[in-house]
Design a binder for this molecule. Structure first.
Ligand code: ADP
Ligand code: ADP
Ligand code: MG
Length: 658
């Protein structure tokens, strides 16, 4: 066989979609698998066929080896692509796939096993002559021995669960007296998360940079590399923004590191895509003797697109070719670095709340036209608690680092998500971080500047007024002309922003003005133009656009404004709900809901007593009496009998008795 005619993708989300794209381009049929939670997911829609494999929990669906292999057999797929995560680094799955007469698109079970445990992998690499992080990776796990090894290495040390991954099961120990407690918790986490309490101990490299090398092998014995990626921007040992090549990488260090990576892959006769992760001493210029092997990931990596960008290669295509038995179509000399690329991982998470994963419906999703976007979701999809809450990866590629980084900043500013929290503004702040811009990266950068990076701006008064106008559907009004479409141009509007209520009086004429309840003007501007998802505003002769999304959640009207890569979500409550009618002003009478004025009892300047009926409004086929909230004199009567008024419209103002 020179190429498969049909493959199954044992994954979901962006990576399943990513694999399907390349397969389609190569004329290969695709089969998706899906859980109940993913019945209408994008990867299911994109694939030629799809097979249901179980309920939402991964242990009952995407980790169900038999169900997946059955799905391949039933659909006639010849090979299985595992994506990343899930079953991608599970040697038993590889064996089961092969036992079923199918091809696993990835390395052999043996290669995966050799690199599966961090301690054994380090031993293997040491034997192959690859530099490893100084430390202890023996089998004796008695706490006393581990402690004496840590003392020997010298603090700070890092305890790692040998079966760990995704940043789990790691503990940094700065002082000798904290070692045993940290050991206990690392071992416990290793046991709960990976079913293995064994740990290894490493010297904690100061000012560490995470630099990894993409390698590729084929069944003919060729092993090549595709240069390096720098993944030093991490939070809790998880990658946040990645780039290729590494900034300020000296050519001799690149040579040494890529050669060490090729040697590592050769040592296990590696076939397919793999990544050798190194930790490098970033305290000064990178050195040929200043980097050490950490682990190998025997799969396609989340951040593979930055390598694709700078090499022009399609790594999924190469995976398929190699798995089908072809030789790598490129040799080492064919591959060169072209320009610079960045990837930012957009997650549904509530950053101010401490990066809590967010779930819910994506009511609006807009991706930048000036970046590569790898995503597995679209507007209307649900981010569920069952899976990784990734929304998209944004990848930019330009001729140099500065350009690629500013392209990332603008692509993030053009990316809009609403309906649930996302980390876009955090990523944007990070992309314009001064030290990152200079290429001075290390794995502690984010933590050191966390406050500034997670800071959220408050909406300004113009934004508040614009959000109110959008929510009230004044968007269909023609600028400058007939905005008085509601009979009354002054309204009291009450919205909530982050749970807090905001009340403004809006006056709409040629200019829009908002004021507080005491009558102080807070903003004044012109609405120049109105588009489907943006408005053009002019403030003091300065024009600018504001993007927005507007959607209903139940009866509540949500308006999301996008500014400086941050989203500002306002909620106009259901006009029929009690809190929408809260009339906070002592002396202003507003229409509690939309209706028609049937009767007006008073005229301008009339003296009224508290509780006296002033207006009768017909709404919802009922008549409502609107009474004077206080004694005083009628100052502003803005309506006439027969007027149709919107809920919130100001009808009468009363100047209270002195
Ligand atoms: P990479 O090393 O390819 O950049 P990661 O190590 O961040 O990717 O994640 C690889 C896989 O592990 C992904 O499928 C991701 O969903 C999964 N993963 C990442 N973090 C966690 C975690 N905290 N718990 C479980 N799985 C995780
Ligand atoms: P995982 O399997 O969870 O990806 P790794 O061994 O790859 O675990 O380490 C994850 C991250 O922890 C690295 O990217 C790096 O930021 C940090 N790290 C790992 N080892 C060291 C070390 N010896 N010194 C400093 N930082 C380290
Ligand atoms: Mg790692």
């Amino acid at each position: 066989m020179t190429m498969f005619s049909k493959i199954l993708i044992a994954n979901r989300g962006e990576i399943a979609c990513r694999v399907i794209k390349t397969a389609k381009r190569m004329g290969i049929q695709t089969v998706a698998v899906y859980s109940d939670a993913d019945a209408t997911a994008l990867h299911v829609e994109m694939a030629d066929e799809a097979v249901h494999i179980g309920p939402p929990p991964v242990s009952e669906s995407y980790l169900q080896q038999d169900a997946i292999i059955n799905a391949a057999n039933r659909t006639g797929a010849q090979a299985i692509h595992p994506g990343y995560g899930f079953l991608s680094e599970n040697p038993e799955f590889v064996e089961a796939v092969e036992a079923a007469g199918l091809k696993f698109i990835g390395p052999s079970a043996k290669a995966i096993s050799a690199m599966g445990l961090k301690d054994a992998a380090k031993q293997l690499m040491q034997d192959a002559g690859v530099p490893i992080v100084p430390g202890y990776h023996g089998s004796d796990q008695t706490p006393e021995l581990l402690k004496s090894e840590a003392d020997k290495i010298g603090y700070p040390v890092l305890i790692k669960a040998r079966a760990g991954g995704g940043g789990k099961g790691m503990r940094l120990v700065e002082r000798e007296e904290d070692f045993l407690t940290a050991l206990e918790s690392a071992a416990r986490e290793g046991q709960t998360a990976f079913g293995d309490p064994a740990v290894l101990i490493e010297k904690f490299i100061t000012s560490p940079r995470h630099i990894e090398v993409q390698v590729f092998g084929d069944s003919k014995g060729n092993v090549i590399h595709m240069f390096e990626r720098d993944c030093s921007l991490q939070r809790r040992h998880q990658k946040v923004i990645e780039e290729a090549p590494a900034p300020d990488m000296p050519e001799d260090v690149r040579q040494a590191m890529t050669q060490a990576a090729v040697k590592a892959a050769q040592a296990i006769n590696y076939e397919g895509a793999g990544t050798i992760e190194f930790i490098a001493d970033g305290s000064g210029r990178l050195q040929t003797n200043g980097f050490w092997f950490m682990e190998m990931n025997t799969r396609l990596q989340v951040e593979h697109p930055v390598t694709e960008a700078i090499t022009g290669l399609d790594l999924v295509e190469l995976q398929l070719r190699v798995a089908a038995g072809q030789a790598l179509p490129v040799s080492q000399d064919d591959i060169a670095i072209n320009g610079h690329a960045f990837e930012a991982r957009i997650y549904a998470e509530d950053v101010p709340a401490g990066f809590l994963p967010a779930t819910g419906k994506i009511s609006h999703l807009k991706l930048s036209d000036h970046a590569r976007n790898d995503s597995g979701v679209r507007t209307g999809d649900q981010i569920s608690p069952y899976y990784d809450p990734m929304i998209a990866k944004v990848i930019t590629h330009r001729s140099d680092r500065n350009e690629a980084l500013s392209a990332l900043t603008s692509a993030l500013a053009q990316t809009q998500v609403s309906g649930l929290a996302s980390n876009i503004s955090f990523l944007s702040k990070l992309s314009s971080h001064e030290w990152f811009g200079k290429g001075e990266v290390d794995t502690g950068l984010i933590e050191r500047d966390l406050d500034a990076l997670t800071m959220q701006n408050d909406p300004d008064e113009v934004m508040i007024a614009v959000a109110m106008m959008i929510a009230l559907d004044w968007k269909t009004a023609k600028p400058q002309s007939n905005w008085r479409m509601f009979g009354s141009a002054s309204r009291m509007v009450s919205m909530t922003y982050q749970g807090e209520s905001i009340e403004r009086r809006l006056d709409v004429g040629v200019d829009v003005a908002s004021s507080d309840l005491a009558g102080n003007i807070l903003s004044q501007f012109k609405l120049i133009a109105h588009h489907e998802n943006s408005v053009d505003i002019e403030v003091d002769g300065m024009r600018f656009g504001l993007d927005f999304a507007n959607y209903m959640n139940g009866q509540d009207n949500h308006v999301v404004l996008y500014k400086d890569a941050q989203s500002f979500e306002f909620i106009l409550p259901d006009p029929l709900s009690a809190n929408a009618q809260a009339n906070t002003s002592e002396n202003i009478i507003t229409a509690p809901m939309s209706g028609v004025i049937r009767l007006i009892d008073v005229s301008e300047n009339a003296v009224v007593s508290e509780g006296q009926r002033l207006i009768v409004l017909e709404a919802m086929k009922m008549e409502m009496n609107l009474a004077a909230p206080c004694a005083g004199r009628v100052k502003g009567l803005t309506c006439q009998v027969g007027d149709a008024v919107e809920g919130g419209s100001i009808l009468i103002e009363i100047e209270p008795e002195a």
